[in-house]
Ligand binder design. Structure first.
Ligand SMILES: [Zn+2]
Length: 489
């Protein structure tokens, strides 16, 4: 995510805009000097498979869903229960809503409006399974399997449920322009070497952690809407009233979609990847497409090829700024103006970098937010450096140094739950984190820095990493990255 959290940031970014205007004519400096490594996707284990039939009822803003999940026990232990996040319930009560108190007016401009998931039944081969709704915000589902699921074994679970979408301008909800359907279905919790990860939908940071899976989704939507989603629309048929979409999203760790009657869709291609922007201000559509395409091109050159066939950048009623989902990002629609163009490019570049750090290479974003956010924020600086020249990158770094002057003693490795608020979180994890990566680059030199990031990307494609594995990879190249980052003030 990137938080366009206050006017201070807007101000600092407008300072940077001035720098860029002064430097001018930076041009497009993407060089072809480094060849992209051939990536071998990790096919070591089978992945979970979600099949969903979804009908959207416009009147009640509800989704009627049938979902099947083929869950594979990829753990080393026998399981008799499974856990799923049911995030819509975090929107079921005002006191649960994952927004800071001061933001409630922005999140709910028309007053609080509930969102939730209503489970009808859960079956295994037509046999009812017992389940319980748990978690501090009722956003956790525990399913008793009624049998032992051994390592490597698979179980098929059918769920029938409705989702009520709230009138809210956060990640999940609808505003005047868009319907943002994200973190909306029961998604399997991750079981890693620490056991089950059952944390709920917290306010600070992106409280998500999931496994790469395959998604096959059929969706029936009123015809008046244009839709952008994770993955590929493989078939689309309409009658007078509705459109039926058949969607495949393979090897992604989540599935999101956004609807609007107002989208101006603009398209381009980069090396066979379909770059689509869904815009609400036509005047900015082609600029947004250029920013999206340049981001995909620059990060593919720097870190390794973007591995999916589509990428969608979607203007949304999302006051917070920007948010990443696999092959799709949502961007606050108010950034699509001539005046905000720099900020728009910053947010698009940041969210696009998350396609590498979060989407393809995943991590627990709650316990180690620095792993994706700090690297993503530094990648954003790299985007500006590559596109507009070294001086622009340096100016961004200078601005970040000024921003974090009073945060020298803070450590960037804290979990999201240890931060008081989003401002504090952002300054430490993003800004100070980006500066720490800049320090690493200065210490090891460009060649080693970028080779190691490429190696990190190709090694952990589609997997979940953690700080230990990240540090070990740098250690294997003789770099004590842990010391460099910890010593950086
Ligand atoms: Zn982010």
């Amino acid at each position: 995510m990137v938080i366009n959290f206050n006017k201070k940031i807007r101000k600092r970014l407008s300072i940077v805009v001035v720098f860029i205007l002064l430097i001018g004519g930076g041009g497009y400096l993407l060089k072809n000097e480094s060849s992209v490594e051939t990536l071998k996707p990790n096919d070591k284990k089978s992945i979970n498979r979600y099949t969903m039939d979804v009908v959207f009822d416009d009147e009640s803003k509800r989704l009627m869903c049938n979902q099947n999940i083929e869950y594979i026990n990829n753990t080393k232990i026998t399981l008799d229960k499974l856990y799923f996040h049911i995030y819509p319930n975090a929107f079921s009560k005002k006191e649960f809503a994952p927004f800071e108190k001061s933001e409630m007016k922005q999140a709910y401009p028309n007053g609080f409006n509930e969102g939730y998931i209503d489970l009808k039944n859960i079956l295994n081969n037509d046999k009812k399974l017992e389940y319980e709704i748990k978690g501090d915000k009722n956003d956790l589902l525990e399913i008793k399997l009624g049998k032992q699921l051994n390592p490597g074994d698979k179980i098929s679970i059918d769920m029938k449920y409705n989702v009520k979408i709230p009138n809210s301008e956060g990640r999940f909800g609808y505003g005047d322009n868009t319907i943002n359907v994200t973190n909306w279905f029961p998604i399997a919790c991750v079981h890693d070497d620490r056991g089950w990860n059952l944390k709920g939908y917290e306010t600070v940071g992106d409280p998500f952690y999931s496994e790469t899976s395959d998604f096959y989704v059929n969706m029936l939507i009123p015809k008046k809407y244009k839709m952008g989603c994770t993955g590929n629309i493989v078939n689309e048929t309409s009658d007078n009233k509705k459109t039926l979409y058949k969607i495949e999203a393979k090897k992604v760790r989540d599935f999101a979609f956004i609807l609007s009657t107002k989208f101006d869709i603009n398209k381009d291609f980069y090396k066979g990847i379909s770059i689509n922007t869904y815009n609400l201000n036509k005047k900015i559509s082609s600029d947004a497409t250029k920013m999206a395409k340049d981001s995909i091109a620059i990060f593919s050159e720097l870190f390794g090829q973007y591995p999916y066939e589509t990428y969608s950048v979607m203007a949304s009623d999302f006051y917070i700024g920007g948010m990443e989902y696999p092959t799709l990002v949502m961007i606050d629609q108010s950034l699509y103006t001539e005046k905000n163009k720099f900020l728009l490019e910053y947010v698009i570049a940041h969210e696009t970098a998350h396609q590498w750090w979060y989407s393809v290479v995943g991590n627990d974003e709650i316990s180690e937010p620095w792993l994706d956010e700090a690297l993503t924020e530094y990648s954003t600086v790299l985007y500006f450096e590559k596109k507009y020249g070294k001086e622009v990158g340096e100016k961004l770094i200078k601005t970040m140094e000024i921003q974090t002057k009073n945060h020298a003693s803070e450590n960037i490795f804290k979990p999201t739950t240890k931060y008081r608020n989003s401002t504090d979180y952002s300054l430490n994890v993003y800004t100070k984190g980006a500066l720490a990566f800049n320090e690493v680059r200065k210490k090891v030199g460009d060649k080693v820095f970028f080779d190691t990031l490429k190696k990190y990307y190709s090694t952990y494609m589609y997997e979940n990493v953690n700080g230990v594995k990240f540090v070990e990879l740098w250690n294997s190249k003789g770099i004590d990255i842990d010391r460099i980052i910890r010593e950086y003030k």
